[in-house]
Design a protein around this ligand. Structure first.
Ligand code: NI
Length: 269
C-alpha cells in the first residue's frame, strides 16, 4: 500500500491536476466578490490541495479517500435524516447472513461500492460464468480501486445455500467475494427490492435436486447505498471494469469537491 509505482504516481498527479483545473474554473467573479483574492484567503484556500498533493504523492491517497468517503456519506445521511434509495428505485435495505454466519445489513457496506450478483451455488453454468466475469473485471482494476469495491453474491436458494456452503463455493472466485444468504423471507425481500426474479425451475421437483430460474444481472451500488447501474449477461469484464473505474473517479471528485467546500466554509467563518 505504501509502495508507489510510477504509474500510480502519474495517476495521482493527474488527479491533482484536475483539481487544480476545477479550482481555476471556480475562482471566477463569484470568488472575487467574496474576497478570496486576498493573499491571506488564497493561502488558506490553497492549503487543502497542498495537503492532498502530499497525501497523494506519498501513496496514502486511497486510504484517505476511503475515510472521507465514509464521512461524506454519513454526513449526507445525517443531513437528510434518512437514506434515499435509487433514482430508479432499485435496491434498498437488507438484513442477511454472511459466510461466517454473522448478520449483516446494507449499512455495513456504507462507503464502499457494492457489486451485487444474485445466484445460487448449485447453478451448473450461468452463475459460475458470471462470477468468473466479475472476478476478471476486478482483476483489471488497480489494487486501490479493488479495495473500494465489495463483490457480493446473494443466494436465491436459501434452502440449500447455507453460509458454509456459500463460503466454500466462493473460494473458486475472486478472493474479495462476499457471500450473503438468509431465510426465505429475507431473500424474497432483497430480491424484490432489486427486482430480481427467481423460482424453482420445476415446481414438481421434490427434495434437494432442483434448479433455480433467476435473473442474470449484476448491480453496481454506490457508496451511499444508491443504485448506479447494472451489467447484463453480455457485458464483458473489460466493459465492467471501465465503467466501475469511471464511477469511482466520479465519486472521488464529488468527495474532494465536498471536502474543499467544507474547508472554504470553515475558513470563511
Ligand atoms: Ni445461475
Amino acid at each position: 500500500m505504501f509502495q508507489i509505482s510510477g504509474r500510480q504516481l502519474a495517476r495521482s498527479r493527474g488527479r491533482i491536476g484536475l483539481l487544480g483545473l476545477r479550482r481555476g474554473l471556480s475562482s471566477g467573479p463569484e470568488g472575487a466578490s467574496r474576497g478570496s483574492g486576498t493573499p491571506e484567503a488564497r493561502t488558506r484556500w490553497r492549503s487543502p490541495t497542498t495537503w492532498l498533493s502530499l497525501a497523494a504523492t506519498s501513496g496514502v491517497a486511497s486510504c484517505l479517500l476511503y475515510y472521507y468517503s465514509v464521512q461524506y456519506e454519513e454526513r449526507k445521511e445525517a443531513v437528510s435524516g434518512k437514506r434515499s434509495y435509487g433514482t430508479a428505485s432499485i435496491g434498498g435495505p437488507f438484513t442477511l447472513v454472511d459466510t461466517s454466519g454473522k448478520s449483516v445489513t446494507d449499512k455495513d457496506y456504507l462507503g464502499k461500492f457494492m457489486l451485487i450478483y444474485f445466484g445460487f451455488t448449485f447453478c451448473p453454468d450461468i452463475c459460475p460464468d458470471e462470477l468468473e466475469k466479475i472476478s476478471e473485471a476486478l482483476d483489471l482494476l488497480s489494487e486501490p480501486d479493488q479495495e473500494r469495491i465489495v463483490p457480493i453474491m446473494i443466494s436465491v436458494d436459501p434452502y440449500r445455500d447455507t453460509p458454509e456452503r456459500v463460503k466454500e463455493y466462493l473460494k473458486d472466485f475472486h478472493p474479495r467475494f462476499e457471500g450473503l444468504t438468509g431465510d426465505e423471507d429475507e431473500i424474497e425481500q432483497v430480491a424484490k427490492e432489486y427486482r430480481v426474479y427467481f423460482s424453482k425451475a420445476d415446481v414438481t421437483e421434490v427434495g434437494d435436486d432442483y434448479l433455480m430460474d433467476h435473473s442474470i444481472i449484476t448491480y453496481l451500488i454506490g457508496p451511499d447505498g444508491n443504485f448506479i447501474e447494472f451489467f447484463g449477461k453480455s457485458t464483458t469484464p473489460k466493459d465492467i471494469s471501465v465503467r466501475i473505474k469511471s464511477q469511482i473517479r466520479k465519486h472521488e471528485y464529488d468527495v474532494l469537491g465536498s471536502m474543499m467546500q467544507t474547508n472554504k466554509q470553515a475558513t470563511a467563518q
